[in-house]
Design a protein around this ligand. Structure first.
Ligand SMILES: Nc1ncnc2[nH]cnc12
Ligand SMILES: [Zn+2]
Length: 348
């Protein structure tokens, strides 16, 4: 294979250096095998795998459910507030290396409270890591509480009730886990209650599920962003609406390949999403399981789809526009991006 021409290398250097926001990261999906083993040892938890290598070898997924089974097993080592802090802090260090300046972290409380871990431990550890990320790394970290959609509406309401005393420690609610068979409308009332509390709303839709799930997330849950949403292109009327209303899609290219949504990265529709005027963003989803953090997602996707500097700037801008950052932070991020463009000779 020919080496990449120098201008492609410069482009990838720019893509790595760009300030960016990550809006679709499940913090439990950042738990690296090494940390899973360290926490298992610390907490006396028995794992079904004998070594880090054996665990990593099991990361061969055929669809979303095959991943979720291993992902929930991995999370079983998290018991104390310190465990949640350590996991999130490890993520923030990776994010810093990739020039992430703003991160909105999903967390799945039901995965932990159903094992007897108090909600308070989860939120304490995660929010302490967010505070330290701002103080020591200059990264704004926010939390979004996700309901597990394979569980009942009643369980989601109970989780919202548990979370209520900690309302100031998270900014929104989301919906994740097994998509097909669990349409968004199942959670219409709990999302209405969350919005009543002034929380932002997002939901996974159109990862494996049909465009109808995206319509439902918009109309029934009244979400402000769609997580994944790559199936939207199957429905031109839906695309028109998403473009008109500038509803962001938090796309996760490496995840989509690992979970067999696309056969390989060259088949990914990110370029087409951008060409149609959708507010697409790039994110890592579950980086410890899917082969990389933010810059790995950017660099591999740019190489596979031959995206250009203009598209890189659009993706960074989209990530800031789509974020729930304050107006002051958004202005700061825009200035950082302009400065980066100037330093790399890229038109802003
Ligand atoms: N990609 C994904 N889709 C749905 N639920 C998830 N939970 C963690 N990662 C997920
Ligand atoms: Zn996700």
């Amino acid at each position: 294979m020919n080496p990449a021409p120098p201008d492609r290398a410069a482009l990838l250097g720019f893509v790595r250096a760009m300030p960016k926001a990550e809006l679709h990261i499940h913090i439990e999906g950042s738990l690296e095998p090494e940390l899973i083993f360290a926490l298992a040892e610390r907490n006396g938890v028995r794992l079904a795998y004998a070594s880090v290598d054996e665990l990593r070898a099991a990361y061969a997924f055929t669809n979303l459910q095959s991943f979720l089974d291993i992902y929930y097993a991995g999370a079983s080592v998290l018991l104390t507030a310190q465990d949640f802090f350590d996991m999130a802090w490890a993520y923030f260090l990776r994010a810093k290396a990739d020039n992430v300046v703003h991160a909105e972290l999903f967390f799945d409380p039901q995965t932990h409270t159903d094992r007897g871990v108090p909600f308070e431990y989860v939120i304490d550890g995660l929010s302490r890591a967010c505070a330290q990320a701002w103080q020591e790394l200059g990264i704004r970290g926010e939390l979004i509480l996700c309901f597990l959609r394979h569980l009942s509406e009643e369980a989601a309401f109970a989780t919202l009730e548990q979370a209520r005393p900690y309302r100031d420690k998270f900014i929104g609610v989301g919906l994740d886990s097994s998509e097909v068979g669990h349409p968004p409308e199942k959670f219409e009332r709990v999302f209405a209650a969350a919005r009543e509390l002034g929380l932002h709303a997002v939901a996974h839709a159109g990862e494996e599920g049909p465009p109808e799930y995206i319509w439902s997330a918009l109309d029934k849950l009244k979400v402000q962003r769609i997580d994944h949403g790559v199936q939207a292109l199957r429905d031109p009327a839906l695309v028109q609406r998403l473009v008109r209303e500038r509803v962001p899609l938090t796309v996760c290219p490496l995840s989509n390949v690992k979970l067999c949504v696309f056969k390989d990265l060259r088949q990914h529709n990110l370029g087409e999403l951008l060409a149609q005027g959708l507010v697409a963003t790039v994110n890592s989803d579950d980086p410890a399981y899917f082969g990389g953090y933010m810059n790995q997602n950017f660099v591999e996707t740019f190489a596979a789809l031959e995206l250009d500097a203009g598209q890189a700037v659009t993706l960074a801008r989209n990530s800031f526009e789509a974020s729930f950052a304050s107006a002051a932070d958004k202005a700061r991020y825009a200035a950082l991006l302009e400065e980066c463009c100037r330093a790399h000779g890229v038109a802003a």
